[in-house]
Design a protein around this ligand. Sequence first.
Ligand code: 4AD
Ligand code: MG
Length: 439
Amino acid sequence: MPTTITSAAPPVDIASLAQHIGQSVTLRGWVYHLRSSGKVRFLVLRDGSGMAQGVLIKGRLPEDDFQEFERLTLESSLRLEGLVRAEPRAPGGYELEVTRVIPVQIAPEYPISPKEHGVAFLMDRRHLWLRSPRQQAILRIRDEVCRACRDFFHDRGFVLIDTPILTPTACEGTTSLFETNYLDRGKAYLSQSGQLYLEAAAMALGRVYCFGPTFRAEKSKTRRHLTEFWMVEAEAAFYTLDDIMELAEALVRFVVLRVLTRQEPHLQLLERDTAPLAEVAGPFPRLSYAQALEELRRHGKDLAWGEDLGGDEETVISQLFPRPVLVHRYPKEAKAFYMEPDPEDSRLALCVDMLAPEGYGEIVGGSQRLNDLEALLARIREHHLPQEPLEWYLDLRRYGSVPHSGFGMGIERLVAWICGLHHVRETIPFPRLIDRIYP
Ligand code: 4AD
Ligand code: MG
Protein backbone atom coordinates (compact mmCIF):
# COMPACT_ATOMS: atom_id res chain seq x y z
CA MET A 1 0.00 0.00 0.00
CA PRO A 2 1.73 3.18 -1.17
CA THR A 3 0.26 5.27 1.66
CA THR A 4 1.86 3.15 4.37
CA ILE A 5 5.12 2.78 2.45
CA THR A 6 5.69 6.52 1.91
CA SER A 7 4.77 7.45 5.46
CA ALA A 8 6.86 8.84 8.22
CA ALA A 9 10.52 7.84 7.85
CA PRO A 10 12.05 11.13 9.08
CA PRO A 11 14.84 12.76 7.02
CA VAL A 12 18.24 12.52 8.76
CA ASP A 13 21.86 13.35 7.95
CA ILE A 14 24.22 10.50 7.21
CA ALA A 15 26.52 11.90 9.90
CA SER A 16 23.83 11.21 12.51
CA LEU A 17 23.10 7.59 11.55
CA ALA A 18 24.67 6.29 14.77
CA GLN A 19 21.72 7.77 16.65
CA HIS A 20 19.18 5.96 14.45
CA ILE A 21 20.22 2.31 14.58
CA GLY A 22 17.15 0.09 14.22
CA GLN A 23 14.98 2.97 12.98
CA SER A 24 13.42 3.73 9.60
CA VAL A 25 14.82 6.95 8.15
CA THR A 26 15.01 8.89 4.90
CA LEU A 27 18.39 9.86 3.47
CA ARG A 28 18.56 12.60 0.83
CA GLY A 29 21.53 13.07 -1.41
CA TRP A 30 23.44 12.04 -4.51
CA VAL A 31 24.68 8.76 -5.94
CA TYR A 32 28.39 8.29 -5.30
CA HIS A 33 28.79 4.66 -6.34
CA LEU A 34 26.62 1.85 -7.77
CA ARG A 35 27.26 -1.90 -7.72
CA SER A 36 25.23 -5.04 -8.45
CA SER A 37 25.83 -8.54 -7.18
CA GLY A 38 23.19 -11.22 -7.93
CA LYS A 39 19.90 -10.16 -6.40
CA VAL A 40 21.50 -7.45 -4.31
CA ARG A 41 22.18 -3.86 -5.37
CA PHE A 42 24.55 -1.56 -3.51
CA LEU A 43 24.32 2.22 -3.65
CA VAL A 44 26.69 4.57 -1.88
CA LEU A 45 24.90 7.83 -1.18
CA ARG A 46 26.56 11.08 -0.18
CA ASP A 47 24.61 13.92 1.40
CA GLY A 48 27.32 16.44 2.33
CA SER A 49 27.50 15.20 5.91
CA GLY A 50 28.98 11.82 4.97
CA MET A 51 28.57 8.68 2.90
CA ALA A 52 26.42 5.65 3.56
CA GLN A 53 25.78 2.43 1.74
CA GLY A 54 22.24 1.45 0.87
CA VAL A 55 21.51 -2.23 0.25
CA LEU A 56 18.59 -3.21 -2.00
CA ILE A 57 17.52 -6.83 -1.72
CA LYS A 58 15.06 -8.05 -4.33
CA GLY A 59 11.73 -8.86 -2.68
CA ARG A 60 12.38 -6.73 0.39
CA LEU A 61 11.23 -3.51 -1.26
CA PRO A 62 8.57 -2.76 -3.87
CA GLU A 63 9.61 -4.21 -7.25
CA ASP A 64 9.17 -0.77 -8.90
CA ASP A 65 11.65 0.74 -6.46
CA PHE A 66 14.08 -2.12 -7.01
CA GLN A 67 13.84 -1.43 -10.75
CA GLU A 68 14.52 2.29 -10.23
CA PHE A 69 18.07 1.30 -9.33
CA GLU A 70 18.71 0.45 -13.00
CA ARG A 71 17.99 4.05 -14.03
CA LEU A 72 20.36 5.59 -11.48
CA THR A 73 23.63 7.15 -12.61
CA LEU A 74 26.50 8.81 -10.76
CA GLU A 75 25.41 12.09 -9.13
CA SER A 76 21.70 11.44 -9.70
CA SER A 77 19.79 12.93 -6.78
CA LEU A 78 17.39 10.82 -4.76
CA ARG A 79 15.67 9.95 -1.52
CA LEU A 80 16.30 6.58 0.08
CA GLU A 81 14.14 5.16 2.82
CA GLY A 82 15.24 2.24 4.88
CA LEU A 83 16.25 0.65 8.14
CA VAL A 84 19.56 1.71 9.73
CA ARG A 85 22.03 -1.02 10.73
CA ALA A 86 25.55 -0.88 12.10
CA GLU A 87 27.84 -2.50 9.52
CA PRO A 88 31.57 -2.18 10.26
CA ARG A 89 32.51 -3.23 6.71
CA ALA A 90 30.39 -0.51 5.04
CA PRO A 91 31.85 2.92 4.23
CA GLY A 92 31.06 5.14 7.22
CA GLY A 93 30.24 2.13 9.44
CA TYR A 94 26.45 2.09 8.89
CA GLU A 95 24.19 0.64 6.27
CA LEU A 96 20.65 1.29 5.14
CA GLU A 97 18.46 -1.68 4.29
CA VAL A 98 16.54 0.14 1.60
CA THR A 99 12.73 0.01 1.54
CA ARG A 100 12.11 2.80 -0.98
CA VAL A 101 14.08 4.41 -3.83
CA ILE A 102 12.70 7.80 -4.90
CA PRO A 103 14.79 9.50 -7.61
CA VAL A 104 14.65 13.30 -7.65
CA GLN A 105 16.60 13.80 -10.88
CA ILE A 106 18.46 11.34 -13.07
CA ALA A 107 21.79 12.86 -14.13
CA PRO A 108 23.31 12.40 -17.59
CA GLU A 109 26.84 10.96 -17.73
CA TYR A 110 28.86 12.79 -15.06
CA PRO A 111 31.86 14.62 -16.51
CA ILE A 112 34.21 13.87 -13.61
CA SER A 113 34.87 10.15 -13.65
CA PRO A 114 36.85 8.28 -11.00
CA LYS A 115 39.93 8.29 -13.28
CA GLU A 116 42.69 10.86 -12.88
CA HIS A 117 42.04 14.26 -14.41
CA GLY A 118 44.43 17.18 -14.86
CA VAL A 119 44.06 20.26 -12.67
CA ALA A 120 42.94 22.49 -15.57
CA PHE A 121 40.16 20.02 -16.43
CA LEU A 122 39.04 19.93 -12.81
CA MET A 123 39.33 23.71 -12.33
CA ASP A 124 37.03 24.27 -15.34
CA ARG A 125 34.53 22.05 -13.51
CA ARG A 126 35.21 23.44 -10.07
CA HIS A 127 31.44 23.73 -9.43
CA LEU A 128 31.24 19.91 -9.68
CA TRP A 129 34.71 19.11 -8.36
CA LEU A 130 33.63 20.54 -4.98
CA ARG A 131 31.52 17.38 -4.54
CA SER A 132 34.57 15.12 -4.26
CA PRO A 133 35.53 13.87 -0.78
CA ARG A 134 38.92 15.61 -0.85
CA GLN A 135 37.49 18.97 -1.78
CA GLN A 136 34.77 18.63 0.84
CA ALA A 137 37.41 17.86 3.47
CA ILE A 138 39.43 20.94 2.53
CA LEU A 139 36.35 23.18 2.70
CA ARG A 140 35.38 21.80 6.09
CA ILE A 141 38.90 22.48 7.39
CA ARG A 142 38.71 26.00 5.95
CA ASP A 143 35.42 26.50 7.77
CA GLU A 144 37.06 25.36 11.03
CA VAL A 145 40.01 27.73 10.46
CA CYS A 146 37.70 30.71 9.90
CA ARG A 147 35.60 29.92 12.95
CA ALA A 148 38.73 29.45 15.08
CA CYS A 149 40.05 32.88 14.02
CA ARG A 150 36.80 34.54 15.06
CA ASP A 151 36.73 32.67 18.39
CA PHE A 152 40.35 33.58 19.08
CA PHE A 153 39.80 37.30 18.66
CA HIS A 154 36.41 37.31 20.33
CA ASP A 155 37.87 35.55 23.40
CA ARG A 156 40.55 38.24 23.66
CA GLY A 157 38.21 41.21 23.52
CA PHE A 158 38.87 42.17 19.90
CA VAL A 159 35.85 43.74 18.17
CA LEU A 160 34.96 42.70 14.61
CA ILE A 161 35.04 45.69 12.25
CA ASP A 162 33.88 45.30 8.66
CA THR A 163 36.20 47.45 6.57
CA PRO A 164 35.21 48.68 3.09
CA ILE A 165 35.91 46.81 -0.14
CA LEU A 166 35.67 49.89 -2.37
CA THR A 167 38.43 52.30 -1.42
CA PRO A 168 39.89 55.55 -2.77
CA THR A 169 43.57 54.61 -2.22
CA ALA A 170 46.18 51.88 -2.20
CA CYS A 171 47.33 50.27 1.04
CA GLU A 172 49.94 47.77 -0.14
CA GLY A 173 51.58 49.51 -3.11
CA THR A 174 50.07 50.75 -6.34
CA THR A 175 51.22 47.94 -8.62
CA SER A 176 48.64 45.37 -7.53
CA LEU A 177 45.50 47.54 -7.51
CA PHE A 178 42.24 46.45 -9.10
CA GLU A 179 40.67 49.57 -10.51
CA THR A 180 36.99 50.26 -11.05
CA ASN A 181 34.83 53.28 -11.89
CA TYR A 182 32.98 54.70 -8.96
CA LEU A 183 29.89 56.30 -10.51
CA ASP A 184 30.58 60.04 -11.03
CA ARG A 185 33.45 60.12 -8.58
CA GLY A 186 36.15 58.70 -10.80
CA LYS A 187 38.39 55.80 -9.88
CA ALA A 188 38.01 53.47 -6.94
CA TYR A 189 40.06 50.41 -6.02
CA LEU A 190 39.18 47.04 -4.55
CA SER A 191 40.64 46.71 -1.07
CA GLN A 192 44.17 45.30 -0.78
CA SER A 193 43.87 45.26 3.02
CA GLY A 194 41.49 46.59 5.65
CA GLN A 195 44.42 47.85 7.70
CA LEU A 196 44.13 51.63 7.32
CA TYR A 197 40.45 51.55 8.31
CA LEU A 198 41.22 49.12 11.10
CA GLU A 199 43.73 51.64 12.48
CA ALA A 200 40.93 54.22 12.72
CA ALA A 201 38.70 51.67 14.47
CA ALA A 202 41.52 50.75 16.90
CA MET A 203 41.65 54.41 17.99
CA ALA A 204 37.93 54.11 18.75
CA LEU A 205 37.67 50.61 20.25
CA GLY A 206 41.20 49.66 21.31
CA ARG A 207 41.46 46.12 19.95
CA VAL A 208 39.80 45.29 16.63
CA TYR A 209 39.94 42.82 13.75
CA CYS A 210 38.49 42.46 10.29
CA PHE A 211 37.96 39.38 8.16
CA GLY A 212 37.12 39.78 4.54
CA PRO A 213 37.96 39.41 0.89
CA THR A 214 41.13 41.08 -0.29
CA PHE A 215 42.13 41.86 -3.86
CA ARG A 216 45.55 41.99 -5.44
CA ALA A 217 46.12 42.29 -9.16
CA GLU A 218 49.19 40.08 -8.67
CA LYS A 219 51.12 39.48 -11.84
CA SER A 220 52.78 36.58 -10.10
CA LYS A 221 51.70 33.12 -11.21
CA THR A 222 52.85 31.11 -8.21
CA ARG A 223 51.42 28.44 -5.95
CA ARG A 224 50.96 31.07 -3.21
CA HIS A 225 49.12 33.85 -5.05
CA LEU A 226 45.44 34.42 -5.65
CA THR A 227 43.98 37.67 -7.00
CA GLU A 228 41.10 37.39 -4.51
CA PHE A 229 41.81 35.93 -1.09
CA TRP A 230 40.55 36.18 2.47
CA MET A 231 42.58 37.88 5.14
CA VAL A 232 42.00 38.15 8.86
CA GLU A 233 43.65 41.31 10.22
CA ALA A 234 44.16 42.49 13.79
CA GLU A 235 44.99 45.98 15.01
CA ALA A 236 45.50 47.19 18.58
CA ALA A 237 46.22 50.55 20.15
CA PHE A 238 49.38 50.72 22.31
CA TYR A 239 50.62 47.35 20.96
CA THR A 240 54.28 47.14 19.96
CA LEU A 241 56.00 44.89 17.46
CA ASP A 242 56.70 42.39 20.25
CA ASP A 243 53.03 42.40 21.25
CA ILE A 244 51.78 41.55 17.77
CA MET A 245 54.47 38.90 17.28
CA GLU A 246 53.11 37.21 20.39
CA LEU A 247 49.53 37.69 19.20
CA ALA A 248 50.20 36.25 15.73
CA GLU A 249 52.02 33.28 17.27
CA ALA A 250 49.12 32.63 19.65
CA LEU A 251 46.62 32.87 16.80
CA VAL A 252 48.38 30.37 14.57
CA ARG A 253 48.90 27.97 17.49
CA PHE A 254 45.22 28.24 18.48
CA VAL A 255 43.90 27.70 14.95
CA VAL A 256 46.16 24.76 14.12
CA LEU A 257 45.49 22.99 17.43
CA ARG A 258 41.76 23.55 16.93
CA VAL A 259 41.90 21.89 13.51
CA LEU A 260 43.93 19.01 14.94
CA THR A 261 41.37 18.34 17.66
CA ARG A 262 38.20 18.86 15.63
CA GLN A 263 39.09 17.90 12.06
CA GLU A 264 41.23 14.80 12.51
CA PRO A 265 39.08 12.62 10.17
CA HIS A 266 39.32 15.18 7.37
CA LEU A 267 43.08 15.59 7.81
CA GLN A 268 43.30 11.80 7.59
CA LEU A 269 41.22 11.74 4.43
CA LEU A 270 43.75 14.19 2.94
CA GLU A 271 46.54 11.86 4.13
CA ARG A 272 48.08 14.79 5.97
CA ASP A 273 50.97 13.86 8.27
CA THR A 274 49.88 15.74 11.40
CA ALA A 275 53.22 15.56 13.23
CA PRO A 276 54.53 18.84 11.71
CA LEU A 277 51.25 20.55 12.65
CA ALA A 278 51.45 19.39 16.27
CA GLU A 279 54.82 21.21 16.45
CA VAL A 280 52.95 24.53 16.83
CA ALA A 281 52.64 23.75 20.54
CA GLY A 282 56.29 24.81 20.99
CA PRO A 283 57.66 28.38 20.87
CA PHE A 284 58.09 29.82 17.36
CA PRO A 285 61.71 30.73 16.57
CA ARG A 286 62.49 34.38 15.82
CA LEU A 287 65.07 35.64 13.36
CA SER A 288 66.01 39.18 12.47
CA TYR A 289 66.26 40.00 8.76
CA ALA A 290 70.04 40.13 9.20
CA GLN A 291 70.05 36.64 10.73
CA ALA A 292 67.81 35.42 7.91
CA LEU A 293 70.33 36.72 5.32
CA GLU A 294 73.06 34.89 7.22
CA GLU A 295 71.06 31.63 7.15
CA LEU A 296 70.39 32.07 3.44
CA ARG A 297 74.10 32.58 2.78
CA ARG A 298 74.93 29.42 4.74
CA HIS A 299 72.48 27.56 2.51
CA GLY A 300 73.94 28.88 -0.71
CA LYS A 301 71.42 31.64 -1.38
CA ASP A 302 72.93 35.12 -1.46
CA LEU A 303 70.43 37.90 -1.06
CA ALA A 304 71.60 41.51 -1.29
CA TRP A 305 70.91 43.53 1.86
CA GLY A 306 67.76 45.55 1.27
CA GLU A 307 65.95 43.01 -0.88
CA ASP A 308 62.69 41.49 0.36
CA LEU A 309 62.63 37.72 0.77
CA GLY A 310 61.05 36.16 -2.31
CA GLY A 311 59.24 32.85 -2.52
CA ASP A 312 62.50 30.90 -2.97
CA GLU A 313 64.19 32.50 0.03
CA GLU A 314 61.09 31.98 2.17
CA THR A 315 61.08 28.33 1.19
CA VAL A 316 64.69 27.92 2.36
CA ILE A 317 64.12 29.67 5.71
CA SER A 318 60.84 27.89 6.37
CA GLN A 319 62.53 24.50 5.90
CA LEU A 320 65.11 25.24 8.59
CA PHE A 321 62.68 24.97 11.50
CA PRO A 322 60.04 22.45 12.50
CA ARG A 323 57.46 25.16 13.23
CA PRO A 324 56.53 28.63 11.97
CA VAL A 325 59.32 31.19 12.19
CA LEU A 326 58.97 34.94 12.79
CA VAL A 327 61.33 37.03 10.65
CA HIS A 328 61.41 40.61 11.90
CA ARG A 329 62.95 44.01 11.14
CA TYR A 330 63.26 44.03 7.36
CA PRO A 331 64.82 47.02 5.58
CA LYS A 332 62.05 49.59 5.38
CA GLU A 333 62.57 50.14 1.64
CA ALA A 334 61.38 46.58 1.02
CA LYS A 335 58.11 47.17 2.87
CA ALA A 336 54.94 49.30 2.85
CA PHE A 337 54.83 53.04 3.64
CA TYR A 338 53.09 52.87 7.02
CA MET A 339 55.73 51.07 9.11
CA GLU A 340 57.51 52.51 12.15
CA PRO A 341 61.31 52.61 11.77
CA ASP A 342 63.42 50.66 14.24
CA PRO A 343 64.75 53.15 16.85
CA GLU A 344 67.98 51.06 17.02
CA ASP A 345 68.61 51.22 13.25
CA SER A 346 66.55 53.66 11.18
CA ARG A 347 67.18 51.68 7.98
CA LEU A 348 64.92 48.94 9.38
CA ALA A 349 61.15 48.75 9.86
CA LEU A 350 59.49 47.34 12.98
CA CYS A 351 57.77 44.62 11.00
CA VAL A 352 57.37 40.87 10.99
CA ASP A 353 56.57 38.10 8.54
CA MET A 354 55.63 34.65 9.78
CA LEU A 355 56.83 31.84 7.52
CA ALA A 356 55.10 28.48 7.75
CA PRO A 357 57.33 25.37 7.85
CA GLU A 358 57.67 22.60 5.24
CA GLY A 359 58.44 25.17 2.56
CA TYR A 360 55.11 26.99 2.74
CA GLY A 361 56.51 30.49 3.28
CA GLU A 362 54.78 33.69 4.40
CA ILE A 363 51.39 33.31 6.06
CA VAL A 364 51.38 36.48 8.21
CA GLY A 365 52.64 40.02 7.61
CA GLY A 366 52.47 42.77 10.20
CA SER A 367 54.16 45.77 11.76
CA GLN A 368 54.17 48.56 14.27
CA ARG A 369 52.68 51.60 12.52
CA LEU A 370 54.28 54.99 12.06
CA ASN A 371 52.53 57.21 14.57
CA ASP A 372 54.28 60.53 14.00
CA LEU A 373 52.47 62.85 11.57
CA GLU A 374 55.56 64.41 9.96
CA ALA A 375 57.33 61.08 9.50
CA LEU A 376 54.21 59.57 7.96
CA LEU A 377 53.81 62.53 5.57
CA ALA A 378 57.41 62.07 4.46
CA ARG A 379 56.83 58.37 3.75
CA ILE A 380 53.65 59.12 1.77
CA ARG A 381 55.68 61.50 -0.41
CA GLU A 382 58.53 59.02 -0.84
CA HIS A 383 56.04 56.41 -2.01
CA HIS A 384 54.42 58.93 -4.40
CA LEU A 385 51.03 58.33 -2.81
CA PRO A 386 48.43 61.11 -3.14
CA GLN A 387 47.98 62.87 0.19
CA GLU A 388 44.43 64.15 -0.21
CA PRO A 389 42.56 60.82 -0.16
CA LEU A 390 44.68 59.87 2.89
CA GLU A 391 43.80 63.00 4.94
CA TRP A 392 41.43 60.98 7.10
CA TYR A 393 44.28 58.54 7.85
CA LEU A 394 46.56 61.44 8.76
CA ASP A 395 43.90 62.67 11.20
CA LEU A 396 44.62 59.54 13.26
CA ARG A 397 48.10 61.06 13.85
CA ARG A 398 46.63 64.49 14.69
CA TYR A 399 44.05 63.50 17.27
CA GLY A 400 45.55 61.41 20.03
CA SER A 401 48.11 59.46 18.02
CA VAL A 402 49.49 56.45 19.91
CA PRO A 403 51.86 53.61 19.11
CA HIS A 404 49.85 50.80 17.58
CA SER A 405 50.46 47.60 15.66
CA GLY A 406 48.71 44.92 13.68
CA PHE A 407 49.05 42.08 11.24
CA GLY A 408 47.21 40.22 8.52
CA MET A 409 47.01 36.46 8.00
CA GLY A 410 46.11 34.94 4.63
CA ILE A 411 43.49 32.23 5.14
CA GLU A 412 44.28 30.31 1.96
CA ARG A 413 48.00 30.08 2.69
CA LEU A 414 47.30 28.86 6.21
CA VAL A 415 44.77 26.29 4.95
CA ALA A 416 47.21 25.13 2.24
CA TRP A 417 49.82 24.43 4.90
CA ILE A 418 47.40 22.79 7.33
CA CYS A 419 46.01 20.54 4.58
CA GLY A 420 49.46 19.92 3.06
CA LEU A 421 48.40 21.17 -0.39
CA HIS A 422 50.90 22.17 -3.01
CA HIS A 423 48.87 25.14 -4.33
CA VAL A 424 46.46 27.61 -2.71
CA ARG A 425 43.91 27.17 -5.53
CA GLU A 426 42.21 24.24 -3.80
CA THR A 427 41.79 26.06 -0.48
CA ILE A 428 39.08 28.47 -1.69
CA PRO A 429 35.76 27.35 -3.21
CA PHE A 430 36.10 29.36 -6.42
CA PRO A 431 39.70 30.52 -6.90
CA ARG A 432 40.50 33.74 -8.72
CA LEU A 433 43.93 33.46 -10.31
CA ILE A 434 45.88 35.60 -12.74
CA ASP A 435 44.51 33.45 -15.60
CA ARG A 436 41.19 32.25 -14.16
CA ILE A 437 37.84 33.82 -13.32
CA TYR A 438 35.60 30.86 -14.39
CA PRO A 439 33.47 29.35 -12.98
O1 4AD B 1 51.88 40.87 3.94
P1 4AD B 1 50.60 41.49 3.46
O2 4AD B 1 50.61 42.16 2.14
O3 4AD B 1 50.17 42.48 4.62
C1 4AD B 1 49.13 43.37 4.58
O4 4AD B 1 48.29 43.43 3.73
C2 4AD B 1 49.02 44.19 5.83
N1 4AD B 1 48.26 45.41 5.50
C3 4AD B 1 48.35 43.37 6.90
C4 4AD B 1 48.23 44.12 8.19
O5 4AD B 1 49.24 44.45 8.77
N2 4AD B 1 47.03 44.40 8.62
O6 4AD B 1 49.48 40.37 3.44
C5 4AD B 1 49.18 39.63 4.60
C6 4AD B 1 49.02 38.17 4.29
C7 4AD B 1 50.27 37.51 3.74
O7 4AD B 1 51.15 37.14 4.77
C8 4AD B 1 49.69 36.31 3.02
O8 4AD B 1 49.39 35.28 3.96
C9 4AD B 1 48.40 36.86 2.49
O9 4AD B 1 48.05 37.98 3.26
N3 4AD B 1 48.51 37.22 1.08
C10 4AD B 1 48.06 36.50 0.04
N4 4AD B 1 47.43 35.30 0.00
C11 4AD B 1 47.07 34.82 -1.21
N5 4AD B 1 47.31 35.45 -2.38
C12 4AD B 1 47.93 36.66 -2.39
N6 4AD B 1 48.13 37.29 -3.53
C13 4AD B 1 48.34 37.23 -1.13
N7 4AD B 1 48.95 38.37 -0.77
C14 4AD B 1 49.05 38.35 0.57
MG1 MG C 1 53.74 40.43 3.22
